[in-house]
Design a protein around this ligand. Sequence first.
Ligand SMILES: [Zn+2]
Length: 115
Amino acid sequence: MATQVPGWDTCGLCGSPMHSRGRRDKPRYVCPPPRGCGKVSIDRPALDDWAADAELITALDGHSEALDELNRSYFDTAELTYFEWTCTRDALLLATEQITSDAPELLPSGFPPGR
Ligand SMILES: [Zn+2]
């Protein structure tokens, strides 16, 4: 459980930490009693895949918010020069491309602009 997605590594019923258990061919995350409720378990590879995608989506959301703020700083409040805006925008878009290079299915169509 190396991901940083908030809340995914605790039991949805009792809030106890989930633990990795199960056979080698069928690994699972479980909420083990007596500390946990013992009622919740989930396929470990499926949850790990979901968590990895969720981390990427969270990062992309952060880039989207940063791009919105950057555009406001240039177009609305004129706090940036054109050069500052283009350099920052290009660095942000490059970082987004690097994040999505391993998961192109996460990129919305038409993003980044010009592609
Ligand atoms: Zn539980």
